[in-house]
Design a protein around this ligand. Structure first.
Ligand SMILES: Cc1ncc(C[n+]2csc(CCOP(=O)(O)OP(=O)(O)O)c2C)c(N)n1
Length: 387
């Protein structure tokens, strides 16, 4: 074959004469998969094949996510945490997506903490992480998981990891959680393109929670949906109602099967961040109360409660007792986290390399010297906005 001969690539399948035809956003209709409607109604034939215990378990984990967020925000307000990113409103998206993942699947999360608890990471370690204490992350790593604070930077890692897993015949998958904002980063394009081109076992689970801090999702892209972006990278996608835990569960269950066969998949979960981006943010500056109220009405826990009632499973759920148990777990975790001494700012240099390279050593010494000369900088470090 010479370079200029047409190939059997699908893009060469059809040609047309006459006026050029535009491909438009509207050429693609993207459905949003849903099982339980906002009013709690559903078609019994569509319900995923889970047993009574699993249905209740989904509720317990959603509640864990909600209570954990509430307690973290409240300890931040008491000055016991620098900052925190609440996940209130995203519980169905987070738990539904993580429920089918296996402990050996790699998990790189953006805004989703409870999936780590689901695989055994202690709450104490999540508190330590948010306090910037290194030890917390050791148990994350032991459970094949990490949090990416730098937006999008984990995505090429996940694509590369999945490629490695493919080459070594690994049966597990690599999963990246990302936000709508992350899809606007260069790293996301590189990673998703790479995964699509090589056909690696990577699952990109995108929580479209409508905002990247203050920038709304529709200001970030001209695309009608985030799901359709995957197509340009040669990857199939599912768009799902992120307030419907069963729909998210089913979407990710199916996506994982496809990923295990070596096809990457992109899932867009349409949800909403009810709280501030982090405790340092003031969302009233960029969104209306009406919008937030409308999403409060679309509460994923309430919708799922209606489903449990209709299935006759709610009578065996003691909501208050579960909350008490999670509160007690949080109290114990906080006590254990408080055992760790407050750390010094210079530790930011400590954990990057096993042995500090000369250039980092130089920067470290310069920084220590600066703090010696200008101790008032400690006040700035303490009070600077975080998030
Ligand atoms: C590379 C990088 N640039 C900027 C930031 C600052 N930042 C923190 S969160 C955020 C927005 C993230 O939005 P999204 O990806 O939608 O995730 P969400 O927080 O809404 O879950 C930004 C820009 C960062 N952490 N990393």
């Amino acid at each position: 074959m010479t370079e200029n001969e047409p190939t059997d690539h699908p893009a060469n399948a059809a040609v047309s004469a006459g006026e050029p035809r535009f491909l438009t956003q509207d050429d693609l209709t993207v459905d949003t998969h849903q099982i339980v409607e906002p009013d709690g109604s559903y078609d019994a034939d569509d319900v995923p094949d889970l047993d009574a215990e699993q249905f209740r378990d989904l509720y317990r984990w959603m509640l864990t996510d909600r209570v954990f967020s509430r307690r973290m925000v409240s300890i931040q307000r008491r000055g016991e945490l620098g900052t925190f990113g609440s996940t209130r409103g995203q519980e169905a998206s987070i738990i539904g997506s993580a429920y089918h993942l296996q402990p050996e699947d790699w998990l790189y999360v953006g805004r989703a903490w409870t999936p780590m608890f689901m695989r055994g990471v202690p709450m104490k370690d999540m508190i330590l992480f948010w306090r910037g204490i290194e030890e917390g992350q050791q148990s994350f790593a032991e459970h094949n998981s990490q949090i990416a604070i730098s937006i999008g930077s984990h995505l090429p890692l996940v694509a590369g990891l999945a490629w490695g897993m493919d080459l070594s015949g690994d049966d597990a998958i690599a999963t990246a959680y990302l936000g709508d904002g992350a899809t606007s980063t260069g790293a996301a394009h590189e990673a998703i393109n790479f995964a699509g081109a090589l056909g690696v076992p990577a699952l990109f689970f995108c929580q479209n929670n409508q905002y990247a801090i203050s920038l709304s999702a529709d200001e970030q892209t001209g695309a009608n949906t985030l799901a359709q972006k995957a197509l340009a990278y040669g990857m199939d996608a599912i768009r799902v109602d992120g307030q419907d835990v069963l729909a998210v569960y089913e979407a990710v269950e199916e996506a994982r099967e496809r990923v295990r066969e070596g096809e990457p998949v992109f899932v867009e979960s349409v949800t909403y961040r009810l709280d501030a981006h982090t405790t340092s943010d003031d969302p009233t500056r960029y969104r209306s109360d009406e919008e937030v109220d409308a999403w409060e009405e679309n509460d994923p826990l309430e919708r799922y409660r209606e489903f449990l009632k209709a299935e006759g499973l709610w009578a065996d759920v003691d909501h208050d007792a579960i909350v008490d148990e999670i509160e007690a777990e949080f109290d114990a975790a906080l006590d254990a986290a408080n055992e760790f001494a407050e750390r010094e700012i210079v530790e930011i240099f400590a954990h990057v390399y096993e042995e500090m390279p000369p250039e980092l050593q130089r920067q470290y010494e310069e920084f220590v010297d600066l703090l010696d000369r200008r101790p008032e900088l400690y006040d700035y470090i303490e009070q600077r906005p975080k998030g």
